[in-house]
Design a protein around this ligand. Structure first.
Ligand code: AMP
Length: 637
């Protein structure tokens, strides 16, 4: 295929959606064939493969027993606990059935929710697959989130059961889950009936979970060897919920369907990730994020690959660890974030060439803008192609990619996220008029509905919010907003992504909501008001800066008072949101810049902190408030 052929392939995916996706749908197993490919009778909601019955667990596990039962399905490597264990598809089948039998005993069935709050333990994956086997809906909550954040997600999903662990381990430090789980159980209005606790061999007490805890070891012993029949579900039934942050304090539950999800992910393994069944994929992410859901768990397994499940940092025990894994397991494709590569770039470059990584064909990077120097450095030091791809929790798989059929031999253009992936009708819209902008002009990246298979079907329990959030920015009510800035190259049609157009902060490829951080800080008894903004950072993409108005201005007049309040503001963010959201710096100001209608001007604060022009200030209520921001630490005039 050439790039011209790909353009035709893409065009067909838009102009003949039904024909195109009916063909892709043959890549998965259908217990009952679908009657219609697409139902778009209630825009912007799209339903794919109507009437079809399938099951994600069957596609990811059972289906492979025939051809690849003895092939590795999961290879677990933890440099935190030293554990290393492989599971063939047959062994995975056994573990998933045991977990499913355990959940079934606890009353979990079709449509029930199960919250999975876990570190990178292989049991987390068994639990996910067990849920979908039963037709239950999992909601994985990132294991680094704080108790309050967990409680908010429990409140929204109202799970029957929660699966958790006794501890996470990060950088060699044990993080006991007991206080987190117990506090969340206190804080939630909908405590799950049972909390299944997976115990790992570290020094940490088991959570009490308000007396509802159960040791998974006991359940496992009881149900080992049992088989649980697959629950066939209709294609549009939800398979999972994954919460993501936006500009409000309440996270949105991205709801994924079953059939569309299975088809899109399986097809992406072939066309976007250019891989083959039987090969090995190493996605260095966390199951708490969408990349982990899609490319550690579902896509590689549904496609019959071996997936490396890694717990640990990229630089521990030394910065060669990932490449040693590539060598030892013959990894063919790898996927991680630009931040991880930037972290490796700060280390001794010898580690990049110390191991034989010749099996590796492509290194995929996503989650945040990929800068040219990082892209070039990785490609040169590994001797492999580096492929940027751009997507979101909402879409579940790439919107733009620099690896597509026909692009294999095209030179990679560092800095560009590539071309629209088949199925995505990508447009660029003017921020103010909401009309399409021509190539070469900056606009907001939008997708003309129906969104392709695999994308979110709605916000869990809130159709109205789904429409309001994603489909109300442009005059066309069928135009989905990504909230990202982008530009299309006039000459070759490649896209460049230039960051968020809203206030969402992206730290090391992780999305953080400004309001969530601000609400946490405002709960501090000595804080009157707070603003959180994301500011450019050489290594993490962005870092969080907090601008805080103290109740007692006198307190921050002394160095000691300032230091104490700064520390306790950071601590409260740790406690309420999680350590990843901790502000890099806290600045105390007399007042925050707001418009006359009281809207916080975060973008002006951000611009000042990045030494840029604060923009149009005509709506500013009190210009003096900007001087207060200007007078703080990082701001260079
Ligand atoms: P999340 O839903 O947490 O994966 O975050 C999605 C957001 O990350 C997008 O809306 C973008 O702002 C950013 N993002 C993801 N991938 C890329 C990429 N390849 N280039 C630039 N930004 C990206």
């Amino acid at each position: 295929m050439s790039i011209q052929d790909y353009r035709a392939f893409h065009r067909r995916s838009i102009e003949d959606k039904e024909g195109f996706w009916a063909e892709q749908a043959r890549m998965i197993y259908w217990h009952k064939d679908f009657e219609r490919v697409l139902d778009f009778s209630r825009p912007p909601f799209a339903k794919w493969f109507l009437g079809g019955e399938t099951n994600l667990c069957h596609n990811a596990v059972d289906r492979h027993l025939e051809d690849r039962a003895e092939q590795n399905a999961l290879v677990y490597v933890s440099t935190e606990t030293g554990e290393q264990k492989s599971y063939t598809y047959r062994e995975l089948y056994g573990e998933v059935n045991t977990f499913a039998a355990s959940l079934k005993e606890l009353g979990v069935g079709r449509g029930d929710r199960v919250v999975i709050y876990m570190p990178m333990m292989v049991e987390a994956i068994f639990a996910m697959l067990a849920c979908v086997r039963l037709g239950a809906i999992h909601s994985v909550v990132f294991g680094g989130f704080a108790a309050e954040n967990l409680a908010k997600r429990i409140d929204d999903a109202k799970p029957k059961v929660m699966v958790t662990a006794n501890a996470g381990v990060r950088g060699g430090r044990v993080i006991p889950y007991r206080p987190l789980v117990d506090e969340a159980m206190e804080a939630t209005g909908h405590p799950p009936e049972t909390v299944v606790i997976c115990r790992r061999e570290v020094d940490a007490e088991m959570p009490q979970a308000a007396g509802r805890g159960m040791d998974y070891a006991d359940l496992r012993r009881k149900h080992e060897g049992e088989e649980v029949p697959v629950e066939w579900v209709e294609s549009s039934e939800p398979s999972y919920i994954l919460y993501t942050s936006g500009t409000t304090g309440t996270p949105k539950g991205v709801q994924r369907d079953t059939g569309g999800h299975a088809v899109a992910l399986t097809s992406s393994m072939k066309h976007v990730f250019a891989s083959n069944p039987g090969e090995t994929m190493f996605t260095a992410s966390d199951i708490g994020w969408v990349v982990g859901h899609s490319y550690i768990v579902y896509a590689p397994l549904m496609y019959g690959m071996a997936s490396i499940v890694y717990e640990g940092l990229p630089i521990r025990p030394d910065p060669g660890i990932w490449w040693r894994i590539v060598q030892d397991h013959g990894v063919n494709i790898m996927f991680t974030s630009p931040t991880a590569i930037r972290a490796l770039r700060r280390q001794d470059p010898e580690y990049m060439t110390k191991y034989d990584t010749s099996t590796l064909r492509n290194l995929f990077l996503a989650g945040e803008p990929l800068d040219e120097p990082t892209s070039r450095w990785a490609a040169e030091s590994l001797g492999t192609s580096v492929r940027d791809n751009y997507w979101q929790t909402e879409t579940g798989w790439p919107i733009l990619s620099s690896m597509l059929p026909g692009l294999e031999d095209e030179p990679v253009v560092a800095g560009s996220a590539g071309y629209p992936v088949y199925g995505y009708d990508v447009r660029l819209m003017h921020e103010v008029t909401g009309e399409e902008v021509p190539a070469g002009e900056r606009g907001i990246v939008a997708i003309k509905a129906p969104l392709p298979p695999g994308c979110m079907s709605t916000i869990w329990g809130d159709d109205e919010r789904f429409v309001q959030t994603y489909f109300s920015d442009f005059p066309d009510p069928e135009m989905y907003s990504t909230f990202d800035w982008g530009v299309k190259d006039e000459r070759d049609g490649r896209y460049y992504i230039m960051g968020r157009s809203d206030d969402v902060i992206n730290v090391s490829g992780h999305r953080l909501g400004t309001r969530e951080i601000e609400e946490a800080i405002s709960d501090h008894p000595e804080v009157a008001e707070a603003a959180a903004v994301g500011v450019k950072d050489e290594y993490k993409g962005q870092v969080v800066l907090a601008y805080v108005v103290p109740k007692d201005g006198g307190k921050v007049e002394t160095d000691a008072g300032r230091a104490e309040l700064e520390q306790s503001v950071k601590d409260i963010v740790d406690r309420k949101v999680g350590a990843i959201a901790r502000p890099a710096s806290v600045y105390f100001v007399e007042a925050l810049p707001k418009t006359r209608s009281g809207k916080l001007l975060r973008r002006s604060i951000q611009a000042l902190a990045e030494s840029r022009d604060p923009g149009d200030l005509s709506t500013l209520e009190d210009p003096g408030t900007l001087d207060s921001v200007r007078a703080t630490g990082p701001v260079r005039k």
